[in-house]
Write a protein that binds this ligand. Structure first.
Ligand code: SF4
Length: 716
C-alpha cells in the first residue's frame, strides 16, 4: 500500500489527509496527524473521500473523454483532445475577432488549485485582453475581501485557527460552523471543554447545531447584522468599553462612525434585530472586555446585498476595542471552498489582479503587464458572476468557458442562468463529473482530473498553503486543469496577433507556482521564501518572504496596517434593509445553507448512500406554528414560490427557525430531484427561487434571503 499526503478538497478548513492507494486505486484515507489545520482529524465528508473515488463511482459519474456536439439538438460525441482543443481555439478566436475580447467569459471555481486559477487569469487578462474571468468564489467570500480592504487595507485575514485556544470570547456570526467547518468547530468544542470560562456568542437567524455550544444565542432577524454591530458599538461607547488609545494611534475615521452609531440605540436595535436588550448588553460586554475576542463569520455576512457593510461593521468592533493583532483576537472570515483564498491570491476575480493587486489601479495593471510580458492589462472591469450570466443571457457574451463548477444549479435566479447557457453560441464545460446540470448545456465537454489525481497547492481560511498531491494516475483521457488551459492558450496564441514568446511555457504546475510566487514579491502576501520543497515538509502561512523561516500566524501585531497612513479605517457604513423584504404576498423569509454531510451540488458527496443518512431528502423547514396555521402536516408537499419561480418540496417542522422563516438546503439540484411534481411543475433546486440582487461593492448575491410564500400543493 502506498501513502500520499494531500489536502481535503471540500472546505476552507483545509485539513491534511493521507491517501492510501494500491494498484492505482485509492483504497483509504486518514487525517494527516502532522497537518496544523486538523492534527489528524477528519469530519464525515473528509473521512469518506476514498469511497467517492472508487472504481465504480468513477465509472458511473466521471467525465472520461472529451465530448463535442456540432448542433444543439444532437448528443455530444467522443473526440480526441487535439480535435476538442482545435475546435475550442477556432470558436474562441472567431468570436474574439468578430465581437471583441469582451464577448467571451470564463467562469471558474474555488475548487480549482492555485496553479489552475493562475493560468485561467493569465489566459483571459493577459492573452485575450478581457477581465471577464470570475469565479463561484464570488458567491462565497467576495464580501469578506471587500470588507477587509475597506477597513484593514488588504485582503488578509489577520487570525489563525490557533486563536481559538487563546480567545476569551468567540463571537460566531452568520456561520453554522458545526456543519460547514466541522473540524474547526471541534477545536472550539475542545477549547470550551478545557476552559469553561470561555464565552461563546452565537448570532444567526437559525438556531443551528452551532448554538449548542453558545453561552449566549442572539436570534438576529435576517439582514439586520449591521444594525446589530452598530448597536453593540453604541453600548460599548456608552459604557466606556472602547479603547481610545488604540483608536487614536492606529485608526482613522472614528468620529464619522460615531455619528452613524449614535442613533443605533439599544431600543431601536433590539426591536429591529429581534433581540432582547439585556442580551445586547451582555454581548457588548463580553466582546469588548474579554482579554481576547475572536470573531468567526461566513456566508451569513457575505451572501448579502449589504455584504461589504456587514463585514466592515464587524471589523469596526474589533478596531474600536483593540481586539486585533493579539493571540486570540481578530476578525476571522471563514472561506467556504477549499481554495477560495488561492483564487484571491492570484487575482482570479473580475476586479483583481495577481498578488492582491487591484485592476482599478494603473500602477498595478502595469506591474502585472510587465510580469507577464504583455503590452497592457485591460482597464475595463470584467463581468462578475451574476453580471456575466446576465450578459450571456442578453447576447453580449457569446462564448463561455465554465470550469469545475455548476452554475446551472448554484447561481441564483436560475431562469437567467439557463437562458444564458442556451443563448451563448459556444459553451465549454471543463469538469471532472459528468453528472452536473451544466454539462447538459455544453457544446464541448473537457474531462478534468480531480482530488487524488492532481498536483498543486491550495490556501485555507488561515492563509495556510498546503500541497495537493496525486496518489493515482488520471483515469480515462482526463487531463489536469492547468494543462488543459495551457494547451488551449498555446493554440489560441497561434490564431491571435503573433507574439515574441508564448505566455504559457509551463510543463509542470510547479513552474506556474514559481511565476505566481514571483508576482507576490514585496506584496502583503509575499511568499518569495517558500518553495514546493518547503511545502512538502510542512504547510505554511503567508506572508513568508525570502529569508523567513516560517509563515506569520497573525497579522497587525504592530498596529500598522497596509493603508497609505498605516492606520486601519473605520467604515461609517449604514444599515440597509434586505433587497427583498418579506411582505403580505410573500410573507416568509427564505434562507439557504449547508447540510452536515453534503457538499455543494453533491457531485462527489451525492455518490455515497451513507452520506444521505443524516438528511435523506430535500425539504422546506418551517416553524411548527407556521405549519399549524396553514393546516399543513409534516411531509405534505408545498409550493415555495418567490417572484422568480416556484418549487415543490415536502414541509418539515423545525424549531431551529423563528416564525415566518423558512430554510432549504442548497445542495439539491434538478439532477437529484428530476421529473415533475404531482401538479406538473418541474422539480428544481432552491436557486430557482433565490434572488440575484447583490452587494453593490462586492457584487456578491443575496443567497441568504428571498421573500417567498408557502402554500399546500393541491393534488390532482
Ligand atoms: Fe474536509 Fe472541511 Fe471536513 Fe476538514 S472540516 S475534513 S477540510 S470537509
Amino acid at each position: 500500500m502506498k501513502e500520499t499526503k494531500s489536502t481535503c478538497p471540500y472546505c476552507g478548513v483545509g485539513c491534511g489527509v493521507v491517501i492510501q492507494s494500491e494498484g492505482g486505486q485509492i483504497t483509504g484515507v486518514r487525517g494527516d496527524p502532522d497537518h496544523p489545520a486538523n492534527f489528524g482529524r477528519l469530519c464525515t465528508k473528509g473521512s469518506t473521500l476514498h469511497l467517492t473515488a472508487s472504481a465504480e463511482v468513477t465509472r458511473q459519474t466521471r467525465l472520461l473523454h472529451p465530448m463535442l456536439r456540432e448542433r444543439r439538438d444532437e448528443k455530444p460525441l467522443r473526440v480526441d483532445w487535439h480535435v476538442a482543443l482545435e475546435v475550442a481555439a477556432d470558436r474562441f478566436a472567431q468570436t474574439i475577432r468578430a465581437h471583441g475580447p469582451d464577448s467571451v467569459g470564463f467562469y471558474i471555481s474555488g475548487q480549482l488549485l492555485t496553479e489552475d486559477y493562475y493560468v485561467f487569469n493569465k489566459l483571459a487578462k493577459g492573452l485575450i485582453g478581457t477581465n471577464n474571468v470570475d469565479t463561484n468564489s464570488r458567491l462565497c467570500m467576495s464580501s469578506a475581501v471587500a470588507g477587509y480592504k475597506l477597513t484593514l487595507g488588504a485582503d488578509a485575514p489577520p487570525s489563525c485557527y490557533d486563536d481559538v485556544n487563546h480567545a476569551g470570547c468567540i463571537f460566531i456570526v452568520g456561520s453554522n460552523t458545526a456543519f460547514a467547518h466541522p473540524i474547526l468547530f471541534r477545536r472550539i468544542e475542545d477549547a470550551k471543554a478545557a476552559r469553561p470560562d470561555l464565552k461563546v456568542i452565537f448570532c444567526d437567524p437559525r438556531r443551528t447545531d452551532t448554538a449548542e455550544l453558545a453561552d449566549l444565542y442572539l436570534p438576529v432577524q435576517p439582514g439586520t447584522d449591521v444594525m446589530l454591530f452598530h448597536g453593540l458599538l453604541h453600548i460599548m461607547l456608552w459604557e466606556g468599553w472602547t479603547k481610545p488609545d488604540y483608536i487614536a494611534n492606529h485608526t482613522s475615521g472614528f468620529e464619522a462612525l460615531k455619528a452613524v452609531v449614535r442613533d443605533c440605540t439599544p431600543d431601536l436595535v433590539a426591536q429591529t434585530c429581534g433581540i432582547r436588550k439585556e442580551d445586547l448588553f451582555t454581548a457588548a460586554q463580553w466582546f469588548a472586555t474579554s482579554p481576547a475576542t475572536l470573531s468567526l463569520y461566513c456566508q451569513g455576512l457575505n451572501q448579502s446585498s449589504s455584504g461589504t457593510a456587514k463585514n466592515a461593521a464587524l471589523v469596526n468592533l474589533h478596531l474600536a476595542t483593540a481586539q486585533i493583532g493579539r493571540a486570540g483576537a481578530g476578525p476571522f472570515s471563514l472561506t467556504g471552498q477549499p481554495n477560495a483564498m488561492g483564487g484571491r491570491e492570484v487575482g482570479g476575480l473580475a476586479n483583481l489582479l495577481s498578488a492582491h493587486r487591484d485592476l482599478a489601479d494603473p500602477r498595478h495593471r502595469a506591474e502585472v503587464a510587465a510580469l507577464w510580458g504583455v503590452p497592457a492589462v485591460p482597464e475595463k472591469p470584467g463581468k462578475t458572476a451574476v453580471e456575466m450570466f446576465q450578459a450571456a443571457a442578453d447576447g453580449e457574451i457569446k462564448a463561455l468557458w465554465i470550469a469545475c463548477t455548476n452554475p446551472a444549479q448554484s447561481m441564483p435566479d436560475q431562469k437567467v442562468v439557463r437562458r444564458a447557457l442556451e443563448r451563448a453560441e459556444f459553451v465549454v464545460v471543463q469538469e471532472a463529473f459528468a453528472t452536473t446540470s451544466t454539462c447538459d448545456y455544453a457544446d464541448l465537454l473537457l474531462p478534468a482530473t480531480t482530488w487524488g489525481e492532481k498536483e498543486g497547492t491550495v490556501t485555507n481560511s488561515e492563509r495556510r498553503i498546503s500541497r495537493v498531491r496525486a496518489a493515482v494516475p488520471a483515469p480515462g483521457s482526463t487531463r489536469h486543469d492547468w494543462d488543459i488551459v495551457v494547451d488551449f492558450g498555446r493554440r489560441l496564441e497561434k490564431r491571435l496577433p503573433p507574439r515574441a514568446a508564448s505566455l504559457f511555457p509551463y510543463t509542470t504546475p510547479e513552474a506556474i507556482w514559481r511565476e505566481h510566487r514571483e508576482s507576490t514579491r514585496g506584496r502583503d502576501l509575499d511568499i518569495t521564501g517558500l518553495s514546493y520543497a518547503l511545502l512538502e515538509q510542512s504547510p505554511q502561512q503567508w506572508p513568508f518572504p525570502a529569508g523567513a523561516t516560517e509563515g506569520r500566524a497573525r497579522l497587525y501585531a504592530d498596529g500598522v496596517f497596509p493603508t497609505p497612513d498605516g492606520k486601519a479605517r473605520f467604515a461609517a457604513v449604514t444599515y440597509q434593509p434586505l433587497a427583498e423584504p418579506r411582505e403580505s404576498r410573500y410573507p416568509f423569509s427564505l434562507t439557504t445553507g449547508r447540510l452536515r454531510d453534503q457538499w455543494h451540488g453533491m457531485s462527489r458527496t451525492g455518490t455515497l448512500g451513507r452520506l444521505f443518512g443524516h438528511v435523506p431528502e430535500p425539504v422546506v423547514q418551517m416553524h411548527p406554528q407556521d405549519l399549524a396555521r396553514r393546516g399543513l402536516k409534516e411531509g405534505e408537499l408545498v409550493h415555495v414560490t418567490s417572484k422568480r419561480g416556484s418549487i415543490v418540496l415536502p414541509a418539515q417542522a423545525s424549531t431551529e427557525l423563528g416564525p415566518s422563516q423558512a430554510f432549504i438546503a442548497m445542495h439539491w439540484g434538478s439532477e437529484y430531484l428530476g421529473g415533475l411534481s404531482s401538479t406538473g411543475e418541474p422539480l428544481a433546486g432552491v436557486n430557482a427561487i433565490t434572488t440575484s440582487a447583490y452587494c453593490p461593492t462586492s457584487k456578491q448575491p443575496e443567497l441568504k434571503h428571498a421573500a417567498v410564500k408557502i402554500l399546500k400543493a393541491e393534488l390532482p
